[in-house]
Each structure stands twice: as C-alpha cells, then as structure tokens.
Design a protein around this ligand. Structure first.
Ligand code: ADP
Length: 246
C-alpha cells in the first residue's frame, strides 16, 4: 500500500511540515569541524545531516593524471550505510556516481583551478542522515568546506530543489514531496545567478520551469546568506584572537 498523502498542501497553503510553498527547511552549518582536512563543514538541513571535507590543492599522483594547466577537482558523494531507513549497500552505486559527477561540474566554473596546475582538490561529501535533497545539501556543505580550505573561488555556490505537488511548485522538497510529487528539479547556482547544475525528474511545463528557476534563485539567495554568515562568524572570531609578541 502506498503512503502517498491525499493532499500535500492544505487550505491555508501550508505543506505537510507546516512550511509555505516558497520556504526552505531550517538550515545550520559549522565549518572547520575536522582537524585533518584542509577544510570541512557539517550541515543540517531539515533532517538531512551531511559532512563535507576538502583536501588540497595537493600534487596529483599518479602524475599521468595531472592536468598541465589546471587543478583537477574530484568529488565523492556517498551515503552512509545507516543514512536511510533500510541499510544502503556500501560502495559506489549508479546514483552516487552520477551525483558525484554533476556535483563536481557544479563547482568547476567557480573554483580557480588554473592557479594550481598539476594539483588535485578532493571533495568528500558524506551523507550521515538522508531525508530528501541530499545532493543539494552536500553541495552547500562542500562549498563551505572549499571556502574553509581557502580554495580561491569566483564566489559561493548554493543549491536547492524545486518540485511540484498538488499542481503547485514548492521549494526544497521534503521526503513525501520527493517520493510522491510530480517533479523534482535540483539546481545549484553562483551568487550571480549562473546555474551550474540543473537536473529534472518528472514533468513541468516550460512556464513552470521558468518559475522554478526563479523560486530556486530565491532559495539559493537565502542559503547563500547562511553560508556568508557562517564564514563571517569564523573570521570575526579569528579577528578577536589577540596576537602576542612572543
Ligand atoms: P536527493 O537526496 O538529492 O533528493 P534522490 O531524489 O535520489 O536524491 O533521493 C531522495 C531521497 O530518497 C534521499 O534523500 C533519501 O532520503 C532517499 N534515498 C535515496 N537513495 C536511497 C536508497 N538507496 N535507499 C533508501 N533511501 C534512499
């Protein structure tokens, strides 16, 4: 028997988790959480929990994989075996390989890779608890881990999904909306609104697609504010540290 809800949006315009159609789930993040990584971020977004770690830029071995004029970015998205209700089989899957590829491509236009020829920048995104929207959560965390590692970037990347339920577009799908909705469109974009990732599952009209982009832009703008605030907090704290003469 399907657990599909009869209605996703009530007569007051509120969703099953009480959000408005254009509201994102609560998000919080912290950077610098792993001492061995060059940069790291722990992010919670609704019930999603993601840890991102960045290593590099460092020399790429074997050397035949090196790019003469830029650094190589490697991105590994992984869901922990215990991150969902049923245990996930450890190791790469078709889904995780695809998500890793599109997520790497979401950062390639932004990271100034030409500054590090022959190097590699490794990004690991580990989903500890999954509840819809993990690829976008991982991108938001990975961006912060890259910034925490001091990797030069043109700007931040933020990601969010738009979907369609009960004939209406909704921002940042929750689990029932993701499972039973009519569409799921995850996107990532830069602060200039340049889209660096867009995927689509389901059906929307061309007009709805344009609206989805606008909705997503607004979601990403809100996420970018949280990302900037997190960076500001870290660097303000560093400013407060008194430097002694000895
Ligand atoms: P995203 O997490 O980016 O939305 P999907 O749309 O593929 O990616 O997955 C939606 C949700 O379905 C995930 O967030 C997770 O909660 C759940 N899910 C994905 N893969 C599995 C799996 N192999 N087993 C159980 N649940 C899964």
């Amino acid at each position: 028997m399907s657990d599909k809800p009869e209605k996703f949006i009530d007569e007051n315009g509120l969703r099953l988790d009480g959000r408005r159609v254009d509201e994102i789930r609560p998000m919080k993040m912290e950077i610098g959480v792993l001492s061995r990584a060059d940069g790291s971020c722990y992010l919670e977004w609704g019930k999603n929990k993601v840890l991102a770690a960045v290593y590099g830029p460092r020399e790429l071995h074997p050397r035949r994989l090196q790019k003469a004029d830029s650094a190589l970015i490697r991105y590994r998205y992984n869901m922990a075996a215990f991150s969902v209700e049923d245990r996930i089989r450890p190791g790469p899957s078709r889904r995780s390989i695809e998500i890793s590829k599109v997520s790497r491509e979401a950062f390639e236009p932004v990271v100034l890779t030409h500054l590090y020829p022959g190097a590699v920048i490794d990004v690991f995104a580990e989903v500890l608890q999954a509840d819809a929207g993990t690829r976008t959560a991982a991108i938001n965390a990975a961006c912060m881990a890259l910034a925490d590692a001091g990797i030069p970037m043109k700007g931040l990347v933020s990601a969010c999904a738009v979907g369609k339920v009960d004939g209406q577009l909704v921002l940042d799908l929750n689990k029932p909306e993701d499972n039973y909705g009519d569409a799921d469109i995850p996107m990532a974009m830069t602060s200039d609104g340049e889209i660096t990732l867009v995927q689509m599952d389901g059906d929307v009209t061309p007009e709805e697609f344009k609206q989805a982009i606008e909705m997503c832009k607004e979601g990403c703008r809100q996420i970018m504010e949280i990302q900037k605030e997190t960076l500001r907090n870290k660097f303000t704290k560093l400013d407060d540290v008194e430097i002694s003469d000895d």
